[in-house]
Structures are given as C-alpha cells and as structure tokens.
Design a protein around this ligand. Structure first.
Ligand code: F6R
Length: 369
C-alpha cells in the first residue's frame, strides 16, 4: 500500500527519518551503545579482531564505505570494503581475527551470501547487517545487526541505505567501547548527535519540492556528475547509481580530490555537477579543498548544485544552487546529504515519465550470481 504517495519510492524516502530512528531504538543504554543481538561476538572477541572486511553489492556497498570511515576512525581497526562478487574469486587472506561484515537489505543477494559462506569456511568471523528478519545471510552469520527500515518495495534502495549506515555507526561505536579507543564521554557525545539525525532528516525532507523543480528543468540532461570527499564520496557514488537505475542516464560519482587526475576533462559548459560539500567545521579542512574544486569546474562552465550545511556562506558565490542540510557531526552528514540525491533520482525519473518503483532490467533481490 502506497499510503497516498505517488510511488513506493516516494513513501520510502519519506520514511528515511523513521528508518534511522528505528535502527537506533533499543540499542542505546545510558547513552552508550549496546546492541543486544551481538552476543555471537562478545567483547573479548571484538577485542581480538585485527581487521574488518565489509562485503556487499551496489548501494549496500556504498553504505559500507561510509561505515569504513567511521569504524576505522572510532575503533582504530583497519577496515576494507569489497564488492562481494570480487572478494570470493581472489583467494583473500582471512584469519580467525578477521571479521567479515556483510551488508544486505534483502539478506538473499547470492553474491553476498556466497562471500559470507566462503569467509566462514576459511575461519573468519562473520557479522550480518540485514533488513529482513530470518533471511539466509543472517542465518549463515555468527552475529546479526538488523536494520529496522521496514519492508522496502521500490527496487531502488533508499530507506534501507540510511538504516545500513546507521547500523555501521552503532557497530563502530560498540567496537570503540569494547576496545576503549574512544572515551565514554566521546561515545556519549556521538550517540547524542546520532539521535538527533531523525529530526534533522525531517528538515531535509522539506527540500523535496525544490529538488523536484530542478529535476523537471533538467529532464533532458544526458549526464550528471557527483563529487564528494571523505564520507561524502560514497554519497556521490550513491547519487550516481540512483540516476543510472531510475532515470537511465549516464551518471558518475567521483572523489573530489580525483578531479584533477582525470575527470575534470569531462567538464564542459552546461555539465550538471552535484557537489557534497564537507562541513566548514571539519578539522581536516576539506571544506576549502572542495570549494576550490567547485571554482575549478565552474570556471569551465559547469552548473553546480551544492549540498552544504546550514550557515556555510563560503559556498554561496560559487554554486548555482545550494541545498541546505542541518548541522550534524561530520561523520553523520552522509545520512542528511543523501536524501536530496534520492529525491533527485526519483524526480528526474518521474520527469521523464518512467516507473520509479520498477526500473527496467532490475530485480529487487538478485538471487543469481
Ligand atoms: C540500488 C540497489 C542495489 C542493491 C544491491 C544489494 O538501489 O538497490 O544496488 O543495493 O543489489 O542488495 P541487497 O542489499 O538486498 O543485498
């Protein structure tokens, strides 16, 4: 039931705040993270792990990339992300101290399932982040962190994506507590900030009408580029994937720092570029670097739509359009920045008269290799 929405996707985007809130619910005790279902991986085991490998496909792999930045930073463990179908065929080096984290909305993706089985057979520990109770992948894993996005019907993933990222944050914080790599105060501050995200997402949903206008003006565009940096990079990839699958146009996401190593050659007058702008409060000073990227592409005639935090005035003179997101901890910005891109994919597809819930050639869960 679409509940009065024009499509399941429209409904599911509107549920992104609840997907995050429901994934956090029941996992915070006294301001700290306590994931009850993690019993299969107790604190002692979590302390013995020396490497994490996240495996997933498509959108779920982009959620894993966001997770990598957060988990590595907070728990001081090397984290890699790999596409499940690549992982299994290169004889990866695994040990009992390797934790393989799979991420899957359906829990039935064959490539991911086979990668989990492979990892388990070779002695690695396995954790499943999954949205579907009792699905095959969680049943094959040592521990499960369910995302509570609710059933996702539209083929393109939206609310499950933000729930997957949220689960990665919770897992990263639980790991940091067990390994004592963050102080209790630092964890409490991050948890408190994460708990603010659902309301902040409700704010971001208000940008939907403006995005719909932009998408309708751009209905004839044949290519859109997305730039992001740090945790904004996977969001750029996600924005591009949604446009490919929903609106059937060429779209690519790049790490902003990579621009001068090649992609800038693509920029010609009229090229539409979405830029996810890091917070000016970020201590890594990535904001200035991305603003300078914007200047470079604008000088070559690109039309820039910036997604930037409220109060970031430095970006204003350089962008054709600025979509605002509320102030959040830099690590949590991906949750906020992705919503306008989910809207954009849906609205551009709608402007082209396409079926946003059932894009051509795609299935909701890919149960063949
Ligand atoms: C994109 C999309 C796909 C899935 C991928 C993995 O919008 O939905 O890329 O993310 O097929 O599916 P799950 O998460 O079910 O393993």
């Amino acid at each position: 039931d679409k509940g009065g929405w024009s499509s399941f996707m429209a409904k599911e985007i509107s549920e992104e705040p609840d997907a995050v809130a429901n994934t956090i619910r029941g996992r915070v005790v006294d301001g700290l993270v306590q994931i009850p279902e993690m019993e299969g991986l107790d604190d002692e085991t979590l302390r013995s792990i020396d490497r994490i490998l996240i495996i997933a496909c498509g959108t779920a792999a982009y959620a894993g990339m966001v997770g990598k930045y957060a988990i590595e930073q907070w728990a001081r463990i090397p984290v890699d992300v790999e596409l499940a179908h690549e992982f299994r065929y290169r004889e990866p080096v695994l040990s009992p101290n390797t934790l393989v984290v799979s991420i899957s909305q359906s829990g039935e993706t064959m490539d991911t399932l086979m990668a989990v089985k492979y990892a388990r057979e070779r002695g690695a520990r396995t954790l499943s982040i999954c949205n579907t109770q009792g699905a095959t992948i969680p049943r094959e894993s040592d521990a499960i962190v369910y995302t509570h996005a609710g059933p996702e019907v539209a083929v393109a993933s939206t609310k499950a994506f933000v729930a997957q990222i949220t689960a990665c944050y919770l897992f990263g914080l639980q790991l940091a507590q067990a390994r004592e790599t963050l102080s209790t105060d630092a964890v409490r501050a991050l948890v408190a900030d994460l708990q603010k995200v659902p309301d902040q997402l409700r704010e971001v949903l208000k940008s939907g009408d403006r995005i719909a206008e932009l998408a309708h003006w751009m209905a004839d565009t044949r290519s859109v580029l997305f730039l992001g940096r740090h945790v904004g990079y996977p969001i750029a990839l996600e924005g591009a994937l949604k446009l490919k699958e929903l609106a059937y146009i060429h779209a690519e996401g790049f790490a902003a720092g990579e621009l001068k190593h090649g992609p800038i050659a693509l920029i010609e007058p009229g090229q539409i570029v979405f830029v996810i702008v890091p917070s000016p409060r970020d201590e890594r000073s990535l904001h200035a670097k991305v603003v300078s990227n914007i200047q470079e592409i604008r000088a070559r005639g690109a039309r820039v739509i910036a997604i930037a935090e409220a109060g970031d005035v430095a970006v204003l003179p350089h962008a054709d359009e600025v979509i605002r997101i509320p102030l959040a901890s830099p690590f949590f910005e991906p949750l906020l920045a992705v919503v306008p891109l989910h809207f954009f994919g849906m609205e551009l597809a709608a402007a082209k008269g396409l079926d946003v819930d059932q894009p051509r050639n795609l299935a909701k869960s890919v149960t063949v290799e």
